[in-house]
Write a protein that binds this ligand. Structure first.
Ligand SMILES: Nc1ncnc2c1ncn2[C@@H]1O[C@H](COP(=O)(O)OP(=O)(O)OP(=O)(O)O)[C@@H](O)[C@H]1O
Length: 658
């Protein structure tokens, strides 16, 4: 290192440390930059790039675009001009263009330019993207698998498909236009990948249940009548990122198949539903092992399935999607269901959003248009035709919501479209009690809502003497009732810290409920405490995101258990065995994905930085089944959140199209 570099390195490190102390940088970022520098020549620009890469990783980005590095990464990082310019200046002269950054990084011993020999360097330079090796590997795994699956054709007997689709879909779409649900089924049959995206209530599960029936009906070479034997070989697995979403998927598919069964008795759908088994979390499906990131199932020990349906795919992060695709046999069909407009996963990647890039526009090729016409009788309108790639041909967006109309649906649409004026108008309109907007709201307002929203389940517990005297099956039924009552209401926050954050609100809500005599707090654990699991725990069988309620253990006087609902059944764990949990009167919008509540309250803070974005507001609204309340400290907070889009740097789309 020359002396100028030495001076700039020292200045940069001092600046990194100062920003870390001020809470502006993760400790990991400085440590990572130092580690990379220790592996070779640690030039200040390389160290600066490492700090940015690490910060971006913490915000869910899978790579650092050199264009951001050469331009202005502040928007991505939510940094002030002051912090960024202090960091940039301390690093000394920096490459001025993308090409100059590329050339500089190309020369670094710690960087593997993908066109060169691989020496297992920790950083990877792929075109104009800099990666941590792990994310590059995951993105290339996903891109390759998606490309291959989407492009590999499967033989389809269009005549039979047409017959069964006409039988299975007996309702015409209400809003005119083609029946995208039918189209989604036919498209999914054509290769080993099908993606069905759409907002809440657009019929993703309704459609996939019919797709399953269609797969059974067309599994053999014969007519539906001999289906029992031909379908016997089709092994179907249902999965979702969380236990709750998995249980909901199974329940919805069972309901849809039951509803269909009477109309197509020859398909023996109840038998098929029974054979499908329970839906599982992705962790459990892949065989997660304690203390390791690797799974029991992988390319060398693939999953034993022919069809895998994954719901709530927007919550699946890059690493999980890579593991899933790696473990799926090449000939198995993968069907992804999800809402592309929802918040991306907490961890790095925005996989469903990236995969659904063309979903809104369609971009269906002439071959797809012809195939869809033959297999479904549906005409894809010219506005949705085009020349998008193989993945787009396998992706269908459902556009008509059956359940989510009315004022809440209107509000969600306005927010999704970035139309703040329409969103305000919807909130201010007479919505027949469906929408409420408290603005400007104080914390007291949120506490008042909590009191009204949580008193029912707490009173239910008090009335039954906390259920301690109810035994056996009766106890299970009572617990389920209490859990359902608790699930009817929830407060969602955008942030964790502060008066409007999860931690501050949970404490304040506990105090308010205690003051109202609805709960008696005795230390950490108390009767009625709702908790969310924050880490997978294989010993107790609870997983990150699971929500349970604390109630007395009927079998052991004085001890408390936490009860979790799994569809129509319950599971419980001794409270003292749960180590990684937090109180869950208020939870983040992120963690609420995959759940719905009759009444959902979203509390937006005054300051939320990059977190306060359109996707967050949309996701919060779409959690509400019957009533949505928005609390904002000022209307401007709503406007700016709607104007801000969540961006995630990723190379997935580029890699898929290569
Ligand atoms: N084509 C249709 N004809 C009649 N009813 C339909 C149709 N499509 C969907 N539905 C009904 O609309 C409701 C919502 O459908 P579904 O649950 O499949 O939506 P979803 O997109 O999976 O919702 P979510 O995002 O909440 O998971 C269900 O009651 C379903 O039976």
């Amino acid at each position: 290192m020359n002396t100028t570099d030495d001076t700039h390195c020292a200045a940069l490190l001092a600046r990194i440390d100062a920003l870390t102390e001020a809470g502006q940088l993760r400790r990991l970022s400085g440590a990572f930059a130092r580690f990379i520098a220790s592996l070779g020549h640690g030039s200040p620009p390389l160290m600066l790039a490492c700090v940015l890469l690490s910060e971006l990783e913490g915000r869910g980005h899978s790579c650092l675009l050199l264009s951001e590095l050469a331009g202005d990464p502040r928007a991505l990082l939510g940094w002030s001009e002051e912090d960024w310019s202090a960091l940039r200046t301390s690093a000394g002269p920096l490459p001025k263009s993308v090409a100059a950054w590329n050339a500089m990084l190309y020369q670094c011993d710690q960087v593997w330019p993908v066109q060169d020999l691989d020496f297992q360097q920790p950083l990877v330079l792929d075109g104009e993207r800099l990666y941590l090796r792990r994310y590059w590997r995951d993105e290339t795994t996903v891109a390759r698998a998606v490309r291959e699956r989407a492009a590999a054709p499967r033989l389809v007997d269009v005549g039979r498909v047409r017959h069964w689709l006409d039988t299975l879909f007996h309702h015409a779409p209400r809003e005119g236009g083609p029946d995208w649900q039918k189209i989604a089924c036919a498209a999914a049959l054509r290769s080993n990948l099908g993606i069905i995206t759409g907002g809440p209530g657009t019929g993703k599960t309704y459609t996939v249940a019919r797709l399953l029936a269609l797969l059974f009906a067309t599994a053999g070479g014969a007519s539906g009548a001999d289906l029992g034997s031909s379908a016997g070989g089709v092994r179907i697995a249902l999965a979702a990122p969380t236990g709750k979403a998995a249980a909901r998927l199974k329940q919805s598919i069972d309901n849809a198949l039951e509803e269909l069964a009477g109309r197509v008795p020859e398909l023996r759908l109840p038998e098929l539903a029974a054979r499908m088994g329970a839906a599982r979390t992705l962790h459990s499906l892949l065989g997660a092992r304690p203390d390791t990131r690797s799974f029991v199932h992988h390319r060398g020990n693939p999953l034993d399935v022919d069809v895998l349906i994954v719901d709530e795919a927007s919550m699946v992060h890059l690493e999980m999607m890579a593991a899933l695709l790696d473990a799926l046999p090449p000939n198995a069909r993968l069907i992804l269901l999800g809402d592309k407009d929802q918040l991306a996963s907490v961890e790095a990647g925005a996989v469903l959003g990236d995969l659904c890039h063309d979903a809104q526009a369609g971009g269906y090729s002439a071959a797809t248009v012809d195939y869809i016409r033959a297999a479904t009788g549906q005409e894809i309108p010219p506005g949705f035709q085009g020349a998008a790639g193989p993945l787009a041909q396998q992706t269908v967006m459902l556009r008509e919501s059956r359940r989510f109309g009315g004022p809440i649906g209107q509000l969600a649409l306005a927010v999704n479209a970035g139309d703040a004026a329409a969103a305000r108008a919807a909130l201010a309109s007479d919505s027949g009690g469906k929408l409420s907007w408290i603005d400007p709201a104080q914390q007291q307002d949120v506490l008042q809502l909590a009191l009204a929203g949580y008193q029912d389940y707490l009173r239910m517990i008090a009335r039954a003497g906390a259920g301690a005297d109810i035994g056996g099956e009766e106890h299970d039924a009572w617990v389920l009732q209490v859990l359902r009552s608790f699930e009817a209401f929830r407060i969602l926050c955008a942030v964790r810290e502060g008066e409007w954050g999860v931690t501050g609100l949970n404490e304040a809500i506990e105090q308010r409920l205690e003051a109202a005599g609805l709960l008696r707090k005795r230390g950490e654990w108390y009767v009625g405490r709702p908790v969310m699991v924050t880490r997978n725990d294989y010993g107790t069988g609870v997983f990150n995101g699971d929500i349970g309620l604390t109630l007395p253990d009927p079998a052991r006087a004085g001890s408390l258990r936490v009860y979790f609902s799994e569809g129509a059944s319950i599971r419980s764990v001794l409270a003292t065995r749960l180590r990684q949990v937090e109180t869950a009167f208020a939870m983040t919008v992120h963690k609420s994905q995959g759940s719905e509540f009759a009444h959902t309250v979203v509390a937006l803070p005054r300051e939320g930085g990059a977190v306060l974005a359109r996707e967050l507001v949309y996701t919060g609204i779409t959690r509400a089944k019957e009533h949505f309340t928005l609390c904002t400290p000022s209307a401007a907070v709503l406007d700016s959140a709607i104007a801000q889009r969540t961006q995630r740097a990723s190379g997935l789309r580029t890699l898929i199209s290569e």
